[in-house]
Design a protein around this ligand. Structure first.
Ligand SMILES: Nc1ncnc2c1ncn2[C@@H]1O[C@H](COP(=O)(O)OP(=O)(O)OP(=O)(O)O)[C@@H](O)[C@H]1O
Ligand SMILES: [Mg+2]
Length: 261
């Protein structure tokens, strides 16, 4: 059965998009099929995996312009250079979606309901990965509501760890307020420099506070990631033997064990 996972952290630059891009590629390597939904108006995942322009249709059309259910996921989705990975792209228009939807009934469930209505267009995927923007606003709440699980990429610093409390509290509120079943799949550290004493401290603190949620795998800091993002490919294709390539593959194996499709 398809598992839908949102990558969420209100903190910017922690590796949400990079993780969606690379975990999708690693899942495809494991013979899984993946649909990426880019719910971030910055469109970073879209920039890596597609050539969409601001005039093309995007997830914005599905969320805001789909008044008569005339827009299908099938019509919006694009192929990527990876055979088993498709994309529902974002573009800059999405930045106005939160305002456009402010008076709409059930505005926090628009993505969830669109997925429900379009099930035939996605039910053959093993995983749907949703890239979220760095905020806990309406687009992120829609992503969480549409998901089975939330994955949280983290930096090993004090602001990230205190931000984690706000994030887990928001998830609890979403669960209670909207009777949502979305749960946390786990937290994982990104951009890690293993030699930094702070990393060990942060890892141990996180393990102590959230023993069931911390992934053993973490992603090393490496300039290869910037190169792969800049050249529009995943790190397992650009540099298969690099540390982040091995790290993303081991994180993906852990993810598949925790949430089998
Ligand atoms: N493991 C890594 N090593 C080195 N650089 C990395 C690594 N992961 C991500 N980066 C770089 O850090 C920056 C932020 O990463 P990314 O865009 O994935 O974060 P994000 O959480 O999606 O950001 P935003 O909150 O703005 O959406 C990018 O320039 C990316 O190339
Ligand atoms: Mg991003």
């Amino acid at each position: 059965m398809t598992k839908t996972i949102s990558f969420v952290n209100q903190k910017g630059g922690v590796g949400k998009s990079t993780s969606v891009i690379n975990i999708a590629a690693c899942l495809a390597k494991q013979k899984k099929s993946v649909l990426i939904i880019d719910m971030d108006p910055q469109g970073n995942t879209t920039q890596v995996y597609s050539n969409i322009t601001d005039d093309d249709q995007s997830i914005y059309n599905l969320l805001v312009k789909n008044t008569a259910n005339q827009i299908s996921i099938q019509s919006l989705k694009q192929k990527t250079y990876i055979k088993n990975v498709d994309l529902l792209p974002s573009n800059v228009l999405l930045s106005s979606a939160e305002l456009d939807l402010v008076n709409k009934k059930n505005r926090e469930s628009i993505l969830k309901n669109s997925l429900k209505e379009n099930k035939k267009d996605w039910k053959h995927y093993d995983y749907i990965l949703i890239d979220c923007q760095p905020s806990l606003g309406l687009l992120t709440i829609n992503s969480i509501m549409a998901s089975d699980y939330v994955m949280v990429p983290l930096h090993a610093d004090i602001f990230s760890l205190t931000g984690l409390e706000l994030l887990t509290q928001t998830l609890t509120n979403v669960q209670k307020t909207f009777e949502s079943n979305t749960t946390i799949l786990g937290f994982f550290f990104t951009q890690v420099n293993k030699k930094e004493p702070l990393f060990k401290e942060a890892y141990e603190l996180c393990l102590e506070t959230y023993p069931n949620h911390l992934f053993k795998s973490y992603i090393s800091a490496s300039p290869t990631i910037d190169q792969s993002n800049a050249t529009g490919q995943s790190v397992i294709h650009l540099s298969p033997n690099s540390n982040p390539s091995k790290d993303y593959q081991s994180l993906t194996i852990e993810l598949m064990k925790k949430s089998p499709s």
